[in-house]
Design a protein around this ligand. Structure first.
Ligand code: GLN
Length: 583
C-alpha cells in the first residue's frame, strides 16, 4: 500500500476455533521479530463489537481496559503490542464496528456522499481500509488482528476489507496468518485437528487462504497432525507453526524464531532482513522470568468476580505484566496470591495477610469490598509491610490514613459515601462538569498526564530507572493531542516531570491535603492544571519500609526491559524486607 511515499506490507491475523488462545500475543511476537530484522512495525486491533470503545465494557467479561497515551480506552491486546514492540500506540489503532458505522453515518449526515446510496458494500469496508491506511503511514509493516473467531457474523465486513486490500496491494504485500487451537480432549487423549480444518475452510469461504497456520496447543504439534493440516490448508508444512503453551508470553518470539518464522514471513513479501537479529539481551530477561534467583510472595487484594463456575483474574493483566518486567530486570520472581477484598471485611480473616512480603491494592470502582481493601492497607501500614496502591488503591490509602491516623472518623471517598463529613477523595470540578452532561463513555480523566516530582522515594525510583521525562518533543506531542485540554498542564521550567496514564473520576480532595501532610503523609508529585489546580498524583509514608501509592496506572507504561518505576521499587522492597515486620 502506498502511503505518502512508503510502501506498507500487511500482516492480517485471524483466529480459528475459539478466542482467548493468544492471538494478540502472536501478533505482538511477530511484530517484535520483524523489528529485530530491522523493520518498523505498528499494530491494529479490530474489535467487531458495536461499542465505540472498550471503556464501557464489563472488565470481568472482556478483561482489562487498556489506556493509551492519547486517552483511548481500548482492548488489552493493544497492551501486548505496546509491551512487545516498545512503542506508544495511539487509540485510532483500535477499530470497532461502532466507530466505523458512526463515521460513515456522520459523513452521510454531513452530505459528503453527494446523493449516493450509502451501502454496506462498499462504504463500510472503504472506511475500514481508510483507517488501516491512516494507521500504517510511515511504517514498513502493519499487523492487523481481527478480534473474535472466523465464522462470527460480525467479522464479515472486516474480512471483506482485508480481501479487498489484498487485491489493491497485490498478494505479495499481504500475509494471512490463522491462529488456531488444537484441543486434546481428556477422554480421548489425542490432539484433534478437525476444528482447525473447519476454521481454514471458513476462511477460504471468505476468499482468504492462509499463508501460515499458527497452531496453539498445550503441547507441540507432532508430524502426523502437521501433515493433516498441511494437506487441508494446502500450504507447505514449513508454514505450519507449532505454538505450544509457554511459561511466559515473552518466550513466544523466541519459539517462533526457532522455527525461522521471521525469515519465512519476509520471504513471503519478498524482503531481505535489514539486519541480523540479536536476541541475547532479550533471552536473558526471559530466562529470569522463567527461573528467577529468588521469589517474593505478594498478596493482591482486589475484586474477583465469578463467571459461572470460574473466577476471572484477567482484569489485572497489565499489573501482572508490570511485576513480570520487574522480575526480568531485578531477577526477583513474584508469586501472587489473589485475595478477595470482601473476605477481609471480616476481622478474623485478616490473618490471611500474614507471611507476605508485600501487599498490592489495585485499581477498582464502586463499594464492593472497599472496607476489606482499607483493612488490608491498614495492615500493611501498621505491620511495615511494603505496600503499593494503584489508583483506587491509592485513594483508599488516603481514606485509611485520614480515618486511622488523622482522626477523621468516617472519612471516605464520595464514590462510596456521598454524605461523609470528610470527603478526602472527591470529584473535582472538571469531571463533575463532564458527568453532568450524563455521558458515561470517556467521562474519566484518561490518558497520559504530567506530574511534577519533589524530593522523595518516588523521585529516586523514577531517576534510578531512567524514567524522568527528558524528551520535550514527547511532551509536546502529547500536549498537541486533540481533546486533551488539561492533559499536561503547567510543566514549563520544571526538571522532574513524569508522564503516566490515568483512568479515574475521583481525586484527592485538596481541602484535606494540609491535614494529611501535617500527620505524616507526603504527596511527592502532583499535576498542575492550566487553571492552577493541583491534582495529587503520588502518596508516600517516608517512615515506612515502602508505602507508595499513585493516582495513575504506571503498569500501562511498563515494558520488559524498562519496568515501571514503582513496581520495580515495590518488588525490590519486598525482597529487601528481610525479617518481616522489621525495618
Ligand atoms: N474508582 C476510582 C475513580 O474513579 C478509581 C478508578 C481506578 O482505580 N481506575 O476515581
Amino acid at each position: 500500500m502506498r502511503c505518502e511515499g512508503y510502501y506498507v506490507k500487511l500482516i492480517v491475523v485471524s483466529g480459528g476455533v475459539m478466542s482467548g488462545v493468544g492471538k494478540g500475543t502472536s501478533v505482538a511476537a511477530i511484530g517484535r521479530i520483524l523489528q529485530e530484522y530491522g523493520f518498523s512495525v505498528t499494530a491494529i486491533k479490530i474489535d467487531p463489537y458495536i461499542n465505540y470503545d472498550a471503556g464501557t465494557l464489563r472488565p470481568t467479561e472482556h478483561g482489562e481496559v487498556w489506556v493509551t497515551d492519547d486517552g483511548g480506552e481500548i482492548d488489552q491486546d493493544l497492551g501486548n503490542y505496546e509491551r512487545f514492540l516498545d512503542i506508544d500506540i495511539p487509540k485510532r489503532n483500535n477499530i470497532t464496528t461502532g466507530q466505523v458505522y458512526k463515521e460513515v453515518i456522520d459523513r452521510e449526515r454531513r452530505g459528503e456522499f453527494l446523493g449516493q446510496t450509502v451501502q454496506f458494500i462498499p462504504h463500510i469496508p472503504d472506511e475500514i481500509k481508510r483507517r488501516i491506511r491512516e494507521a500504517g503511514k510511515n511504517f514498513d509493516f502493519v499487523l492487523i488482528e481481527i478480534g473474535g473467531t472466523i465464522g462470527d457474523y460480525e467479522n464479515i465486513p472486516f474480512l471483506f476489507a482485508m480481501k479487498s486490500l489484498e487485491v489493491e496491494l497485490g498478494k505479495e504485500n499481504v500475509v494471512h496468518i490463522l491462529v488456531t487451537y488444537l484441543p486434546v480432549p481428556s477422554n480421548i487423549g489425542e490432539m484433534k485437528t478437525k476444528p482447525t480444518q473447519q476454521a481454514i475452510r471458513m476462511l477460504n469461504e471468505m476468499g482468504i487462504f492462509p499463508d501460515f497456520v499458527l497452531c496453539r496447543a498445550a503441547k507441540p504439534l507432532d508430524t502426523v497432525r502437521k501433515k493433516k493440516i498441511e494437506i487441508y490448508a494446502n500450504i507447505d508444512s514449513e508454514h505450519i507453526i507449532s505454538a505450544p503453551d509457554v511459561k511466559t508470553i515473552y518466550r513466544v518470539p523466541l519459539n517462533f524464531e526457532a522455527g525461522q518464522l521471521g525469515r519465512k514471513i519476509l520471504a513471503k513479501v519478498n524482503l531481505k532482513p535489514r539486519k541480523s537479529p540479536g536476541w541475547e539481551k532479550y533471552e536473558a530477561l526471559v530466562s529470569r522470568i522463567e527461573t528467577p534467583s529468588r521469589t517474593v510472595k505478594v498478596a493482591m487484594v482486589g475484586k474477583y468476580v465469578d463467571s459461572g463456575d470460574y473466577s476471572l483474574v484477567d482484569s489485572y493483566i497489565s499489573l501482572n505484566q508490570a511485576l513480570e518486567h520487574a522480575t526480568a530486570v531485578l531477577d526477583i520472581g513474584v508469586s501472587i496470591d489473589w485475595i478477595d477484598a470482601k473476605l477481609l471485611e471480616t476481622k478474623a480473616n485478616l490473618s490471611r495477610l500474614e507471611g507476605y512480603d508485600g501487599i498490592i491494592v489495585p485499581g477498582g470502582f464502586g463499594a464492593s469490598g472497599v472496607e476489606g481493601k482499607i483493612a488490608a492497607i491498614q495492615y500493611a501500614r501498621e505491620h511495615n509491610v511494603p505496600f503499593l496502591g494503584l489508583c483506587y488503591g491509592m485513594q483508599l490509602a488516603v481514606v485509611e490514613y485520614a480515618r486511622n491516623v488523622c482522626g477523621m472518623d468516617g472519612a471516605h471517598t464520595t464514590e462510596v459515601n456521598a454524605e461523609t463529613r470528610f470527603p478526602v477523595i472527591d470529584i473535582l470540578t472538571l469531571q463533575r462538569e463532564i458527568l453532568s452532561k450524563h455521558v458515561i463513555g470517556a467521562s474519566m480523566r484518561l490518558g497520559a498526564y504530567s506530574a511534577i516530582l519533589g524530593a522523595s522515594r518516588v523521585l529516586d525510583l523514577y531517576k534510578r530507572t531512567g524514567r524522568l521525562e527528558k524528551d520535550s518533543t514527547r511532551i509536546e506531542r502529547i500536549r498537541g493531542m486533540p481533546d486533551q485540554l488539561f492533559r499536561l498542564g503547567t510543566i514549563d521550567r520544571v526538571a522532574a516531570v513524569v508522564l503516566e496514564r490515568h483512568r479515574h473520576r475521583y481525586e484527592v480532595n485538596p481541602d484535606f491535603v494540609g491535614t494529611l501532610v501535617k500527620n505524616g503523609m507526603t504527596f511527592p508529585g502532583f499535576h498542575v492544571r492550566d487553571d492552577g489546580t493541583r491534582l495529587m498524583e503520588f502518596i508516600e509514608l517516608p517512615d515506612h519500609r515502602f508505602f507508595v501509592g499513585t493516582q495513575a496506572h504506571p503498569e500501562f507504561k511498563s515494558r520488559l526491559s524498562d519496568p515501571a518505576p514503582l513496581y520495580y521499587g515495590f518488588v525490590e522492597a519486598c525482597a529487601r524486607s528481610g525479617i518481616r515486620g522489621f525495618k
